[in-house]
Design a protein around this ligand. Sequence first.
Ligand code: ZN
Length: 99
Amino acid sequence: MAIQDRYNEDDFDGFVQELIDRDMLDPKQTGIAKYFLDHGYDALSSKQQFVFDQAIATYTIDECKRCGMDIPWCEMMEAYDNGGYCNYCQHMMEKIEKE
Ligand SMILES: [Zn+2]
């Protein structure tokens, strides 16, 4: 699935907002990301879309390393931080570690 197809999914805007809030994008990417939030992907020029796609791809985990599930955007930041696992697997692994 092309990454652009997922920009319409729930919580994608929240993910972009979090990238901005956490200062994870460079100034140029941040400007484009803010413009995206206000005006949508189609309002970006093709050059801006290219920069935006690259920025998003940097922080996107395609699927969970353990169960292979697509990571929803609302879990993406966490998956990026924990090395590529969905919430469920992250939780299961923590449980296994404790036992
Ligand atoms: Zn998983």
